[in-house]
Design a protein around this ligand. Sequence first.
Ligand SMILES: Cc1ncc(COP(=O)(O)O)c(C=O)c1O
Length: 428
Amino acid sequence: MSFKRRQFLRTIAKLGGASSLVPFFSSAQGQRLLKKLDSIKSFELDEVVRDESFWYQIKHAYTVSPAIVNLNNGGVSPQPKVVQEAVERYNRLSNEAPSLFMWRTLDSGKEPIREKLADLGGCSAEEIAINRNTSEALETIIFGLPLKAGDEVVLTKQDYPNMINAWKQKAHRDGIVLKWLNLELPVEDKQQLIDTFTSAFTAKTKVVHITHMINWVGQILPVKEIGAIAHERGIEVLVDGAHTFAQLDFNIPDLNCDYFGASLHKWLSAPFGTGMLWVKKEKIKKIYPLFAAPQFDSDDIRKFEHLGTRSLAIEQAIGQAVDFHHMIGTQIKEARLRYLTNYWISSVKNLAFVKIHSPQNPLLIGAIGSFSIDGRKSRDISSQLYKDFKIHTTGINWENIDVVRVTPNVYTVTKDLNRLIKAIKNFG
Ligand SMILES: Cc1ncc(COP(=O)(O)O)c(C=O)c1O
């Protein structure tokens, strides 16, 4: 079956079940988007990706400021209108009688949300715990995994600081040994990355921590290949999927990992403070929950959800975010984000004063791209981009990395990137 037929059938099938988006599709903006969705159904992937009028309709489904160009979507994503409205609606309902309408009515929607996330992750709902963010998901594993003094964990200096801190704390407390890799990014050769990780494995290695897409420069790591070798050697695989869940098209179980954490407020555009943890079914029993459960050694994934009172309005609105995501489709979203990154990078990479710090290999990059300007501190460049051009990026100075990170989103149009390209040229 051709891409267009497959994609169209999938989009319509998902929309059929997307009753949560109905108020949006009844609005004039929603109607325009529906019409546009209908008109692109005969397009090839490449045509959809380049159809700016479609992406303008997506922009209008958000409420982003027209005054600035926000190119720091890797930090946290804005939510489309349907998600914001759902949060407000569920919050108002909760406030009518919280212990009744939040704890009973809204919470009864939790299992359908779990199913929706499992469907998106291509896994069983019995392996998904809903929580608040990637940090919570991964720290559940880091602190809950029984390891003993002398056991080794392979990780990199380019992993996310919260995760690095968690492993350091665990090492201090339990005497495990951290084996640090120091990656010189970008790396264009997949095999080199596989070799770097696997050559650090020893007979004492018990866990490898892999950041699926490195947040500083967007490098995608070959998790599947590293995971396969790790498993052959009896090493468990923990994946930081903060930037890949709902950005790249993959099924979690295909990654050859045991544990996977993600923030839903990043690439899914779900409410702030939503995340998830995937644990391979047979591993659930041995992981101590971070927040104690009635039965800590249960093999029920729900043992990781005893988080105490929190807003169930935001948790419920994950449903609208998943439906909105399906309206675009993961394959189209991934291709569009990669197209946008390539769009701005290819326009500035040949300037003598610009250095690109992200891979050129399209299989090793997605929505995150980074650059630096000769002789200038990246944080100053990022500040100047905002001050002079109202372009919001993030300046990074971490370990061996000093870059300006640029992360567009599905509501970014090429006109926004033209503003960035013009601004970068101005630094020459
Ligand atoms: C690679 C990576 N891991 C983990 C996190 C933590 O995400 P959160 O703050 O949602 O817990 C981030 C946040 O930017 C990240 O980039």
